[in-house]
Design a protein around this ligand. Structure first.
Ligand SMILES: NC(=O)c1ccc[n+]([C@@H]2O[C@H](COP(=O)([O-])OP(=O)(O)OC[C@H]3O[C@@H](n4cnc5c(N)ncnc54)[C@H](O)[C@@H]3O)[C@@H](O)[C@H]2O)c1
Length: 392
């Protein structure tokens, strides 16, 4: 159980680029990083508007001389200090991820980067190589993967509880962008601008989440080929607000050859909240996880009553019980899932002992690169009339 136990013997000196006041995702980065005292927030370039960013830094308790107008100044100035930053999180619109991540690695910093990691596979490969050369960690915040029941699903699959995986049915299909929300909401506006968002909206913004969940649940998952169709239903959008993808998987220890995956990524699913659900169907049993009920995992064996496995109880695999923070029965949520990920990022950055985890992993730079490649292949397929495209 993790409840306040500190995993490092010091706190990593940490900064943020983006995640400014009013941003959607900045707060959860700070809540997660600071939860277990493995990070301390000492600097930041929080906002596209330097004055607003510096003002916000005060609210966050960052010393005035370490509230910077932009990330380049921050990296240069922090390098001169004996107590300069060791790690940085990037929570800006997508177009900045690549350049800030590259600059941070070149400055010798560890990175936590928002998804999608960058726009192209070439950029992603460059970041993978740079991280290796510099011996630095790049964690990618596929935050849902920090939920304990994702660990449980992973252990069940590894232990053969589902048999061979045959079918995966998954979605992240929310409804909030069913009208032209970008006319009034700045965070929606950049998401439909290819210069700021990249080559896709729905696939990159939400589709990559269930994609990484199945990568986390099935460590030997390999995509053979895929086909995608995408379009925008709301007029005037340059990027898709809805997409469907079908994938064939390569056979592996836990996956039947040509197992099939169906993914619906949408922002126009009127009336839905997230509709972020992953159902994995094996030859012996199925499991299903829904991010709106993250403490539960459905476990269904043909001919038997449906079981609802609950977070925090002794019947779960030990690797899933480890990240319990308050005991069974109490609800844990996305903030805890992110804190679990940040704890793993801290361990990786510090080369700390992680034997307590039994099965230690985190969404790394290669996972980020895989997400970028997936978006690229989906766009290639859709732009060519939903043609089947080889993944490798
Ligand atoms: N992992 C997840 O579950 C999740 C959820 C939501 C968003 N995201 C990702 O997080 C990122 C940010 O999304 P958001 O919804 O918070 O966006 P947002 O528009 O709400 O906030 C973006 C923030 O970045 C700042 N910013 C922009 N340019 C900057 C610059 N040059 N220097 C410093 N700061 C700058 C803005 O001032 C703002 O504070 C995106 O890449 C998005 O895909 C991830």
């Amino acid at each position: 159980m993790i409840n306040g136990s500190k995993v490092l013997d010091h706190s990593i000196r940490w900064a943020m680029v983006g995640g400014g006041k009013g941003s959607q995702i900045g707060y959860i980065h700070r809540s997660a990083a600071l939860r277990d005292n493995n990070f301390q927030l000492v600097a930041g370039a929080f906002d596209v508007n330097p004055e607003r960013g510096i003002e916000f830094a005060k609210e966050l308790g960052v010393a005035p001389d370490r509230a910077y107008p932009d990330y380049k100044t921050m990296f240069a100035e922090e390098k001169k200090r004996p107590d300069g930053i060791e790690a940085v999180s990037i929570a800006t619109p997508n177009s900045l991820h690549y350049e800030v991540c590259r600059a941070a690695l070149e400055a010798g910093l560890h990175v936590v980067c928002e998804k999608p990691l960058c726009f192209t596979s070439e950029q992603a490969e460059e970041l993978v190589k740079l991280a290796e050369e510099k011996h630095r960690v790049v964690g990618v915040t596929y935050g849902y993967s920090g939920h304990q029941m994702i660990q449980q699903a992973r252990q069940m699959i590894k232990n053969g509880d589902l048999g061979e995986i045959r079918v995966i049915n998954m979605s992240f299909a929310f409804g909030g962008y069913y009208y032209k929300i970008e006319e009034t909401n700045p965070a929606a506006k950049w998401r439909f601008d290819p210069k700021k968002a990249g080559p896709s909206f729905a696939l990159g913004d939400v589709g990559t989440h269930p994609l990484f969940l199945i990568e986390a649940m099935i460590p030997d998952l390999q995509i053979r080929n895929l086909m995608c169709t995408k379009r925008s239903f709301v007029e005037g959008r340059e990027l898709e607000d809805n997409a469907f993808v079908i994938m064939n998987l390569k056979g592996s220890e836990h996956v039947q050859d040509n197992a099939q995956v169906y993914c619906w990524a949408s922002s126009i699913n009127c009336g839905a909240r997230h509709d972020h659900v992953v159902r994995i169907v094996g030859s012996k049993a199925s499991i299903e996880w829904d991010d709106e009920r993250p403490n539960q995992l459905l476990y269904e064996i043909e001919g038997q009553p449906r079981q609802v496995l609950e977070r925090g109880y002794g019947y779960l695999y030990p690797a899933a019980r480890l990240e319990d923070r308050i005991g069974g029965g109490h609800a844990e949520g996305l903030f805890e899932a992110w804190a679990n990920l940040y704890r793993r990022f801290a361990i990786a950055m510090d080369h700390a002992d992680h034997s307590e985890y039994i099965d230690f992993w985190y969404p790394d730079v290669k996972a980020g690169a895989n997400g970028v490649k997936w978006i690229e292949k989906c766009v290639e397929s859709a732009d060519d009339g939903a043609k089947w495209v080889d993944f490798d």
